[in-house]
Design a protein around this ligand. Sequence first.
Ligand code: ARG
Length: 472
Amino acid sequence: MAIRDGRLKKGMTDEAAEYNSSLEFDKIIFEADIKTNFAHTSMLKHEKIIDENTADKILEALDKLKEEGIDVLVFDPSVEDIHMAIENYVTEVVGPEAGFMHTAKSRNDQVATDIRLVLREKIIDIQIGILNFIEGIVEFAKKHLETVFIGYTHLQHAQPITVAHHLMAYVQSLKRDYERFEDTYKRVNLNPLGSAAMTTTSFPINRDLTTKLLGFDGYLENSMDGVSARDFIVETVFDLSCLCTTLSKICEELILWSTNEFGIVEIADEYSSTSSIMPQKKNPDIAELARAKSTVITGELVTILSILKAIPYTYNKDLQEITPHLWNAVEVGESTLSIVTKMLLSVEFNKERCLELAGKNFATATDLADIMVREKGIPFRTAHQIVGRIVNDAIANDLSEENITSNYIDNIAIELGFDELNLDDVLVQKALNPLDNIKMRTVPGGPSPDMVKVAMSNINDFLNKEYEKKGI
Ligand code: ARG
């Protein structure tokens, strides 16, 4: 316990050491910490701050540790954290000269650097996962360009759509989730190393060099900020929370749609379970768990924000407590993205049921009002009133869309005190037919197959550009 020997007379109690230690959740930054030490020592050597021979011995020991792996480290809580465990290892290999590695460096700037190194890789992995999911959904949606379906508002039948249009709504949401990570990455990929404990150092260190060696885009310009800033973690966990909210909404729909009442989709057996007592059951467990796990990430976000909000500048040990919540959020986000991708892409839509729902409950009524406006020049509000009354009357008399004729419409219009409209019956039926209705929506962003194809082509351009940026 070399760092304690000078100032403190007694070691911590076992209980206090256990409570104080971050070793367990530091495992994830093991390789990053070797990298940070390597870059720092190389810089000290380059700037002739430490002796060349000593530096080489330290660098060799770090290389050896990288090869041997984490298992050679002593994982005793009295070691406090991974930084001390690595320092102890290097000291064992090199001898007391290893202590030069710690010149002009503190665990405060070191841990912040390590977390950023690992997190930037995790962000890229998650982004690639999102791109793969988007690509899979677009391919899936191509099979459903004309699969007529019902769109909901207030979970009540609203207007006809296609399954493809609905799936492409997921894609837009996922694209924004991806872009949020892209933006956050810029603030994660900055170098705090050189901030030392909180005020840099009087040694002439070269921060540009460590920034370059570690592949950061730049360094943090204020040493106090450098050691205490954790908003890059808040942002990343927020991004994860947003992503998993998108995934949770998708899961919520799959759960609803797979019920007997909706009967819209069949979730693959591989992502379903049964009951231990009710042999007929097919339960959407994976979707339910994904829905719950998104809450876990939101919880981690609130935990992290709450830890941060009352911390005075600069480093406080509270910051250590943030990291397990970060890594948990990352782990839950990664696994949820992976499983929801596979589950959604193996879902089967029941086309007949989708069509049946789209043709029910006067979901095409808006278009009946629209043709009154277009063909007869009456104000939309008047048309809205007439069609509302038509639907009311039709429901009361157990009539469906096929029974709505020009004559029927005129009787209602007259009853409401308007002139007769004399609409063309062919036009009326076209407006009321779900597929024709969808095909008329040729405005960008709309559900007509042509417009959905445009959206798909735009997304393919986006995917190609982003895959290229990520070197894929
Ligand atoms: N394990 C610590 C953390 O995760 C490293 C920094 C320790 N610094 C200190 N002054 N005790 O934050």
